[in-house]
Design a protein around this ligand. Structure first.
Ligand SMILES: NC(=O)c1ccc[n+]([C@@H]2O[C@H](COP(=O)([O-])OP(=O)(O)OC[C@H]3O[C@@H](n4cnc5c(N)ncnc54)[C@H](O)[C@@H]3O)[C@@H](O)[C@H]2O)c1
Length: 276
């Protein structure tokens, strides 16, 4: 039987933009009590206004997921004031586009802190509550969470880490009735590309070439909502994600050649060596 989210508390990180915003809308349409977390106050205000205008139950929280104390405080506030958590969607993320040899180490750490430690802090704070509700933990990973992606060593490390963390967590909490869903997404039309960090940590503020089909955020949110309702373990989101999974696991060298041909632009960087 499909899971029903009506009147259930659904916590979504990175709620102020892109996929997180669409996930908030989709779960709100299903009657969930949505708690949206982000570090972008203006985006949270827009979310609260739009969902509030639909008559949805929505609360927003200014929360940087890399700050463990703030995460703990936010999750406790949600549990105390709204109720036990049924779904946690670890969605906040940022990428970089820069060769490893040119990238400052703090940039790689920032990317890993948001996607991996943000996921660990939020899940740690919420897990006892999710065990009580026999709820679901979701992680928004990427094709870079199971295969290489040139120019994104930090992002690939973060998303591979997220996959290892959540796949292992599943084996521990399955006996508690908790479900874990990993989403390996392909390109979604969001602000991610504009927010990409460069080798020195400054946001790139420009689009980058994409390969394969590009999904709209509402479309991606619908697929994730359905996968959560159906208690799926893994969602390969988008045709490119499925084709990449099949090719990488059957013929990794051919996969790497194709991936490199599509990402040749990352080798044309004019970045300096990052020491300035
Ligand atoms: N867009 C894509 O093509 C694509 C592909 C695969 C996976 N993903 C993943 O989807 C997720 C959502 O990204 P998006 O595409 O919607 O991008 P986006 O930039 O539109 O949204 C990301 C949101 O995360 C928030 N955020 C960033 N750092 C944060 C922090 N420290 N604390 C709290 N919030 C923070 C941002 O403020 C923003 O609202 C990310 O994890 C991303 O890696 C995106």
């Amino acid at each position: 039987m499909a899971r029903d989210f009506k009147d259930k508390v659904v916590v979504i990180t990175g709620a102020a933009s892109g996929l997180g915003y669409s996930l908030c809308k989709r779960f709100a349409q299903a009657g969930a009590k949505v708690a949206g977390l982000d570090k972008d106050a203006a985006g949270l205000k827009a979310l609260a206004e739009e969902l509030g205008g639909m008559g949805a139950s929505v609360n927003t929280f200014l929360c940087d997921v890399t700050d463990e104390a703030v995460v703990n405080d936010t999750i406790n506030q949600i549990i105390d004031n709204i109720g036990d958590i049924y779904v946690l969607i670890n969605n906040a993320g940022v990428s970089h586009v820069s060769l490893f040899k040119e990238t400052r180490a703090f940039v790689l750490k920032r990317v890993i802190d948001i996607s991996l430690f943000g996921t660990i802090y939020c899940t740690k704070a919420a897990i006892d509550s999710i065990i009580k509700t026999q709820g679901t933990v979701i992680g928004i990973a990427s094709v870079a969470g199971y295969a290489p992606l040139a120019g994104r060593t930090g992002y690939a490390a973060a998303k591979h880490g997220m996959a290892g963390f959540l796949n292992t967590l599943r084996t521990e909490v399955d006996r508690d009735g908790v479900k874990v869903l990993l989403v390996f997404a392909t390109y979604i039309k969001t602000n991610l590309a504009k927010n990409n960090l460069s080798a020195d940590g400054t946001p790139m503020r420009q689009e980058r070439p994409t390969s394969g089909n590009v999904l709209m955020p509402d479309e991606a949110a619908e697929s994730i909502f359905n996968a959560a309702a159906q208690e799926e373990r893994q969602l390969l989101l988008g045709e490119t994600a499925q084709a990449s999974w099949d090719l990488y696991h059957s013929d990794p060298q051919t996969y790497e050649q194709i991936m490199l041909s599509l990402n040749e632009y990352v080798f044309n960087s004019t970045a300096d060596d990052g020491d300035s």
